[in-house]
Each structure stands twice: as structure tokens, then as C-alpha cells.
Design a protein around this ligand. Structure first.
Ligand SMILES: Cc1cc2nc3c(=O)[nH]c(=O)nc-3n(C[C@H](O)[C@H](O)[C@H](O)COP(=O)(O)OP(=O)(O)OC[C@H]3O[C@@H](n4cnc5c(N)ncnc54)[C@H](O)[C@@H]3O)c2cc1C
Ligand code: SF4
Ligand code: SF4
Length: 348
């Protein structure tokens, strides 16, 4: 690791755009190397999407990564080299060796000068309203993000229609990912693991809950995940099929139609609640930021990586494509080290 020598007031500054885990990790790495950071976040809160996730431990930790966010937040607030600006929108960006940025904050305007910049503006969760699953039309069809929020706020799982625990739950995987009709050809990497961890949590709250998992194939990323997946297969029913559509049946119960390849026929089955495992799509500001900062996007709409190092602008985390919390943190650290190398090269 590069260790810079001077202490005291930082002599160099980096702009970090986005206060999710990737931006926080980048800011902390820079600050620990005595570089001043202006961290700008458009919302009023830091932590990004991961700050909305619940702890899925049920007796033992299932390594979801959600608690790392709290630790990164605490460290960022305490580090005097990090200046945090929430509720900010970038208005102007100029890069002539020194980066000059102007942002709007409420009714005032703030300006920064920086030696490099890191874009860590994250992702947008897929919005499934136009898929034939009845999201926002049927009360008991929710997304994995809705379920995460329910677990975080209420530490319980209830049907939105009548606030009682569902006896049967279907998870539908790959909603908005690996979908040729949308030209979303990427795997979102995190939603299989996330759904299985939530399923385990639900089983720990009410073991008699019947859980069915509709999937294409299961992405087993990360250390120890295969072992976890093998144990979950004993507890839930796995159906290798993605349902065509959902209708509503009695008592607000969603009815799923799917093709059963073993029986070679189409089946209608009723569940008390359905969870759509929506994936990660390019951040909603990607196009705007790419034009403002003259940075290219790839064909999917995520930021291209490694193309802008000569201009002092670096990209990190899910702004570059789907990745887990742990990987977004590592990636934020990597972008910070690249920015430091760039600054040091300029000084030679
Ligand atoms: C349903 C679901 C479940 C998941 N479950 C898990 C899990 O169990 N484990 C796991 O490891 N990962 C999980 N993930 C992935 C996890 O959410 C990401 O890895 C993580 O949030 C990535 O952090 P990030 O900083 O790259 O982006 P984000 O969390 O999106 O943060 C980006 C930040 O940038 C800000 N921003 C955006 N545009 C601008 C702008 N123009 N100016 C200033 N600020 C801006 C945003 O407001 C946000 O605060 C899950 C994702 C989903 C969708
Ligand atoms: S990693 Fe996840 S499951 Fe483990 S303690 Fe942290 S929040 Fe809980
Ligand atoms: S992680 Fe799983 S659910 Fe998510 S897109 Fe990949 S295969 Fe589909």
C-alpha cells in the first residue's frame, strides 16, 4: 500500500461523487493517506442502497455485508480529512488538470477544486411495473427491496394486504436481469445470494413457511456460498423455471403460471405472497454525469472502467456494473489508490 508522508492539512484533494459503500470506501482510503476529500451525495443520507438492508443473521451470521455500511459511515464521519456534502447536485464540471466543480445545495452554490475525481454514483434497482407480474397492482406481489425494508423496519414478514405472516412465498429470480426482451443481458450477481439469505431468515422466524424459488440457475458467488446453498436446498423447493405471468386469486393470493419441465406442462399455482428478485441497472444519473464529465458508458449504460485514468477521473463500485457490498468496498479502495498514483505522477 502507498503511504504518503505529510501530516497536517491535506495538500491534495479528491472529489468523490456518491456516498454509498464504494464512495465511502474510496473516501476513507484517500483520507487515511492524508488526502482531503469532498464527498458529495445527492440524497440527504449516506450509505446508498446497502444502508436499507437488514441483518439476515438467524443464530449465525450469513455474511450479507449489511453491517459493514455502519462501520464505514462511523469512520467517515470521524475522519477530519473527509468533508461530507449531502443534498448536493452537480451543476458544472471543468477539468483542465485541476478539476473545478460547482454544486447546488438547497438554495446556495458551493465550489470545489480537486486534483482527481472518483465517480461512485451506484446503480438503480430495476423497476418491475411493466413486467407481467402485477407489481403495484397486486398487494401481495412485492420486490426483494420491499422485503428488505420490511425486515429492517419491522423485523417481521407480513402480507401487505392483511398484515399476517404468509404461509407460502414464491421468489422469482432474475427479474430485470438476463432478460433479452429488455436488452439487460447481465447477471446482477447479488440477488440469488440475497434471496436465499432472506429465505433462511424467514424459515428461522416461521419454519413451517413453504418457500418456492423460481430460477434459471443460481449464481454462487463468494466464499462459503456453495455450502450455504446446498443446505438451503434442503429447506426450500427449487423450480428451474421463470413464470410467465401472475394473476390474482381469492384472498389477494397471487397465482403463478409456470412451465414444469419435468412434467412437460404448464402449471398454475397459488401462493400467499410473491417476491420479485429485481436486479441492478445503470444509475439514473449515469447519462448526465457521462456528458458533464466526458466519460464513456458501456453498451449497457454502466461506466466503462479504466478508460479515464489519464484525465484523473476514476469510477468505482456499482456505477461500473453489478457487484456485492464487499466487492464495491474493495473497488472503492482500488479507485482511491489509482487516484493517488495519478496525483503522485502529476507531481513528479
Ligand atoms: C435487492 C438487492 C439486494 C442486495 N443484497 C445484497 C446483499 O445481501 N449483499 C451484498 O453484498 N450486496 C447486496 N446488494 C448489492 C448492494 O446493494 C451493492 O453492492 C451496494 O449498494 C453498492 O454500493 P455502491 O456504493 O456502488 O452504490 P449505491 O449503494 O447505489 O450508492 C450510490 C450512492 O451515490 C449517490 N448518487 C447517485 N448519483 C449521484 C450524483 N449524481 N451525485 C451525488 N450522489 C449520487 C446515491 O444517492 C447513493 O447514495 C443488493 C442489491 C439489491 C438491489
Ligand atoms: S454480515 Fe449480515 S448477517 Fe452477518 S452480522 Fe452483518 S448484517 Fe448480520
Ligand atoms: S444473481 Fe441470480 S437472480 Fe440475480 S441475475 Fe444473477 S442468476 Fe439472476
Amino acid at each position: 500500500m502507498i503511504k504518503r508522508k505529510h501530516k497536517g492539512m491535506p495538500k491534495k484533494n479528491v472529489l468523490v461523487i456518491g456516498g454509498g459503500v464504494a464512495g465511502l470506501a474510496a473516501a476513507l482510503e484517500l483520507a487515511e493517506q492524508e488526502i482531503g476529500v469532498d464527498l458529495i451525495e445527492k440524497s440527504e443520507f449516506l450509505g446508498g442502497h446497502a444502508a436499507r438492508f437488514s441483518c439476515k443473521a438467524s443464530g449465525e451470521c450469513v455474511k450479507c455485508g449489511a453491517c459493514i455500511v455502519v462501520e464505514k459511515l462511523k469512520k467517515s464521519f470521524l475522519n477530519p480529512n473527509i468533508r461530507i456534502h449531502t443534498g448536493c447536485k452537480i451543476k458544472k464540471f471543468e477539468n483542465n488538470g485541476i478539476i473545478k466543480t460547482r454544486v447546488d445545495k438547497e438554495s446556495s452554490e458551493i465550489s470545489f477544486e480537486s486534483d482527481a475525481a472518483i465517480i461512485a454514483s451506484g446503480f438503480k434497482p430495476f423497476n418491475p411495473v411493466n413486467k407481467p407480474f402485477g407489481y403495484k397492482r397486486f398487494n401481495n406481489v412485492i420486490t426483494n427491496i420491499d422485503l428488505e425494508e420490511m425486515l429492517k423496519l419491522e423485523d417481521d414478514v407480513v402480507r401487505p394486504s392483511d398484515k399476517r405472516f404468509p404461509k407460502s412465498i414464491a421468489f422469482i429470480q432474475c427479474v430485470g436481469s438476463r432478460d433479452e426482451s429488455l436488452n439487460h443481458l447481465w447477471c446482477s450477481h447479488v440477488c440469488c445470494g440475497s434471496a436465499l439469505r432472506v429465505a433462511k431468515k424467514i424459515k428461522s422466524i416461521k419454519p413451517e413457511t413453504e418457500i418456492t424459488f423460481f430460477y434459471i440457475d443460481v449464481q454462487t458467488f463468494g466464499k462459503d456460498f456453495q455450502e450455504f446453498y446446498d443446505s438451503m436446498k434442503q429447506e426450500i423447493r427449487m423450480v428451474r423455471s421463470i413464470p410467465g405471468d401472475i394473476l390474482i386469486s381469492d384472498n389477494d393470493c397471487p397465482q403463478i403460471t409456470f412451465f414444469d419441465s419435468e412434467k412437460n406442462c404448464s402449471i398454475d399455482e397459488i401462493f400467499e405472497m410473491v417476491v420479485l428478485s429485481i436486479g441492478l441497472t445503470p444509475g439514473e444519473d449515469n447519462k448526465n454525469l457521462s456528458e458533464l464529465m466526458d466519460i464513456k458508458l458501456d453498451d449497457s449504460g454502466f461506466f466503462k472502467s479504466g478508460e479515464n485514468s489519464s484525465t484523473g477521473i476514476f469510477t468505482a463500485g456499482t456505477s461500473r456494473g453489478p457487484m456485492s457490498i464487499e466487492d464495491a468496498i474493495l473497488d472503492g479502495g482500488r479507485a482511491a489508490l489509482e487516484a493517488i498514483k495519478y496525483i503522485d505522477r502529476k507531481d513528479l
